[in-house]
Structure formats: structure tokens, C-alpha cells
Design a protein around this ligand. Structure first.
Ligand code: PFF
Length: 456
């Protein structure tokens, strides 16, 4: 009986723990670092609108499906899928879903940790007052110097991986809950403070218009794929993170309401981060399409030029690091849970081995900003390539198959048993989206730009 399954890794005390952990996983560098910079690269408003549609129409329904699968299996995503396939007699190839997810999570961690390392470095630089009174250009060169220095990047990347190892080795639940409960609201407050600063510049209107004025002439299929991929990335979908957290969720907690709350919080943080960053971009004559350095140039500049900026700036990067930490933990958790189940080793050993491997593969990203900057394949550096492969290919594909599996393959009564509203119109709507709308949308957005890129 599915009702009696209990995860060997534990079950959370309440639905709030799930909300906190899932929000901790969802809110991270994706919201504060990646969303603004890809929005800048893809022209603003129209991209934001497509992204919001992807969250609402594809992300939220698939997130519900992922939690549902996790709670049905109560194991690591790999074994959850294995078990479900066995119990329901569905085709063996569905087991791949768990694998693609765990591998994508692992690959993302390898570069996520390098970017989180930048943030750690900025805690240090902010604290030592490096940015005080500097203009936009000077702040930009400090960032460029960091990227050009492999030793520095390596140091901070290593430190961050150690932080991840320590928490995951102890079990995800301990420690994480408290951190998220206090630090997330603080991070949000500081973002609001930054929006206050942005309001005081002469370019708030321009920043606002850049984010919300929709001009579809700037939209391309490849931008739509980036928006779709980012919807998955930011909600932590398609790689088992939400599935594994769902597997620790108590039976009676409502999936729909919980998921809505997590998605709404996640989207809010991204939009507020955009509202803080773009006015500063314009008031300093910086380019919105500056790329991955956007946040690391605009915000230190703002902090460097405001009252108590050194204090607020240091605190801000501490909080960004925490947000990245709670996300990174969930990137490796599916793989760790699987190794513990499969090889019956203890959690500590499994974590150390996997994190070491992720650290090692992460060296590729470290060097892609300096020593290997010229080494490209089809125009991608190691970092660009990993980002494209995971966010734009693996996550949408995995999301597509999750929708198909829950929508078409998993027996209905299992699905209904997980959802309280199984008689309502909302349920019918969700099912329709999962069966038709989400797969079709993913297929179109996924195929057209790939076709354009490789055949056109
Ligand atoms: N959602 C995280 C962010 O926006 O930074 C990144 C992430 C975490 C992606 C965990 C995937 C994941 F499984």
C-alpha cells in the first residue's frame, strides 16, 4: 500500500517544512543572478512575459506532478521511478526519468558552486570596503580581475563545496529549516532596500519599463527556450530536487496549495531582484546584456555609493550565499539519497564522494573564465555548454516526460489519491494542462530553436 510507505531518510514534521525547504531550493542564484542577466540578454519585457507564462502554465503543474511522484515513491528519484514502474507495470524506460534528473542536478552543481564562490568572494570584498566610492567602470574591472584569476575562483569554489558537503552529510533537514526561516525573509528585505535605492536613481522608470514593457519584436524562439529552461531551473524542476523533497512530505499536506506558494515566492524574488538591478544598470550607463557579471557589477556599485553600503552590501552577499547554499544542497540530494539506498553506505561517505566529484568537474567551469576561455565547442565554453545542456535541454526534456508520465501513464487512482481536490474543476484543469498543454508547449519551444540552431 502506498499509504504506508515511509522514506528511510525521514518524513518532515509538517507541510511548512516542505514549503521552507522547497523555497530554499527554488530561491537561489537563479532568481538574483541568472534571471536579471538572461532578461538583460534577451531584451526585457517580452522575455519576462514568456517566462511568467512558462511558470504558470508549465512550471506549476509539473511541480505538482513531481511532488506527487516523490510522495508516491518515498525514495530517491531514481528508486522512486524504479519502484513506480515495477508497481504499476509501466514500461522500463520510464526509469530513465530519475537518472536524467539526478545527473542534471549533479552537473548544475558543478558550475553553480563556482558562481556561489563569486558571491562568497564578494562577502569578503564588500566587508573590506573594496567598492566604496568606486564608479561603474572600476567595479566592472574588479569583477573582470576575479574572473581572470583561476586561483581565486578555485579557492571560493572549494570553500562553497565544503559548505555544501557539511550540510548534506548531516542530513538535509537539520539546519536547513532554521536557516531558511530566518534568512529568506531577510534576503527579501534587503532586496526591497535595494529597490528603494533604485527608486532614488533617475532611471527607475527605464528599469521598470525594460522589465515590463512588452515588445514582441525582440522575442526569438531561442529566447523562449531560455525562458522555458529558466522556469524549470528557478523552480528546481526536472532534476529530482522537488521530487526528493516531496518524498519527505507528510501524506496529509495539500500539494496544490503548497506548490502555488513556493512558485509565487520564487517569482516574486526574481521580479524584485530585477527591479533592483535594472534601474542601476541604466543610471550608470551599463549594458543590460552585459552577461553573467550583471549582478556582480551593478549591486556592489550601488552599495559602494549608499549610506551604510558596506554593512548592507556585506549582509546582502552573505544572504545570497545562503540562498545559493540551500539550493545547492538540493542539487546533490537526489544523487546522495540514491547512493545511500543503492550501496548501503552511510550518508557522510556518499556525500563526500559525490561532492568531491562535483568539485572536480567544477574545475572546468573555473578555467572556462580564464585559462580555457578560448576553448569552445560549437561556440560554447565549458560553463556556457553545461548551462545550455542542463537548463535548456535536460530540464525541459525531463519536465516533458514527467508531465507525460503523470498525465498519461500513471494509473489515475494513484494520482487522485494524492490530490485532495480530485473531483473539482481545478483537478480537471490541471490534468488537461499536464496531458496536453504542457507537453505541447515544451515540445514546440524545445524543438524550434534547436532546429534553427543546428539545421538553420
Ligand atoms: N532553483 C535554484 C535557483 O534558482 O537558484 C537552482 C536549482 C536548485 C536548480 C536545485 C535545480 C535544483 F534542483
Amino acid at each position: 500500500m502506498t499509504e504506508q510507505k515511509i522514506s528511510i531518510h525521514g518524513v518532515w514534521g509538517s507541510r511548512w517544512t516542505f514549503i521552507l525547504a522547497a523555497t530554499g531550493s527554488a530561491v537561489g542564484l537563479g532568481n538574483i543572478w541568472k534571471f536579471p542577466y538572461i532578461t538583460g540578454e534577451n531584451g526585457g519585457g517580452a522575455f519576462v512575459l514568456v517566462y511568467l507564462f512558462c511558470i504558470a502554465l508549465i512550471g506549476i503543474p509539473i511541480m505538482m506532478a513531481e511532488v506527487l511522484l516523490g510522495r508516491q515513491g518515498r525514495q530517491s528519484p531514481i528508486n522512486t521511478m524504479r519502484e513506480l514502474v515495477r508497481e504499476t507495470g509501466t514500461h522500463k524506460s520510464w526509469k530513465l526519468l530519475g537518472w536524467v534528473g539526478a545527473i542534471a542536478g549533479f552537473l548544475i552543481l558543478t558550475y553553480y558552486s563556482v558562481i556561489a564562490g563569486w558571491s562568497l568572494n564578494y562577502v569578503y570584498e564588500m566587508g573590506s570596503g573594496t567598492f566604496s566610492g568606486k564608479d561603474g567602470q572600476q567595479v566592472g574591472s574588479i569583477f573582470d580581475e576575479l574572473l581572470a584569476n583561476p586561483k581565486q575562483l578555485l579557492f571560493w569554489h572549494s570553500l562553497f563545496m565544503v559548505m555544501v558537503t557539511v550540510v548534506v552529510a548531516q542530513g538535509v533537514i537539520k539546519g536547513l529549516e532554521k536557516a531558511v526561516r530566518i534568512l529568506m525573509p531577510l534576503l527579501f528585505l534587503l532586496l526591497i532596500l535595494l529597490v528603494g535605492y533604485a527608486l532614488s536613481t533617475d532611471s527607475f522608470g527605464r528599469g521598470f519599463a525594460f522589465l515590463f514593457h512588452v515588445d514582441f519584436s525582440k522575442m526569438t524562439w531561442s529566447a523562449a527556450l531560455t525562458a522555458l529552461g529558466h522556469a524549470f531551473f528557478t523552480l528546481s524542476l526536472g532534476m529530482g530536487a522537488i521530487m526528493v523533497y516531496g518524498s519527505y512530505m507528510p501524506k496529509k499536506a495539500s500539494i496544490g496549495g503548497t506548490v502555488l506558494m513556493v512558485a509565487a515566492l520564487d517569482t516574486l524574488v526574481a521580479l524584485v531582484a530585477g527591479l533592483a538591478i535594472f534601474p542601476i544598470v541604466f543610471s550608470n550607463g551599463l549594458a543590460p546584456g552585459a552577461g553573467p557579471g550583471l549582478m556582480f557589477i551593478t549591486l556592489p556599485h550601488a552599495f559602494g555609493n549608499m549610506g551604510f553600503g558596506q554593512l548592507f552590501g556585506t549582509l546582502f552577499f552573505v544572504l545570497v550565499t545562503f540562498a545559493a547554499w540551500s539550493s545547492a544542497i538540493s542539487l546533490i540530494e537526489p544523487a546522495v539519497a540514491w547512493v545511500v539506498e543503492r550501496f548501503k553506505v552511510n550518508r557522510g561517505l556518499a556525500t563526500v564522494m559525490l561532492c568531491f566529484l562535483a568539485w572536480f568537474v567544477g574545475l572546468g567551469t573555473v578555467f572556462s573564465f580564464n585559462l580555457w576561455a578560448e576553448m569552445t565547442l560549437a561556440g560554447f565554453t565549458v560553463f556556457d555548454g553545461l548551462d545550455f545542456l542542463t537548463a535548456n535541454i535536460m530540464l525541459p526534456l525531463s519536465g516533458l516526460f514527467i508531465a507525460l508520465y503523470v498525465g498519461w501513464v500513471l494509473p489515475q487512482q494513484r494520482v487522485k489519491s494524492e490530490l485532495a481536490l480530485s473531483q473539482s474543476v481545478l483537478y480537471q484543469l490541471w490534468r488537461f494542462v499536464l496531458r496536453f498543454l504542457a507537453p505541447l508547449a515544451v515540445l514546440i519551444v524545445f524543438m524550434v530553436p534547436l532546429y534553427e540552431k543546428f539545421a538553420g
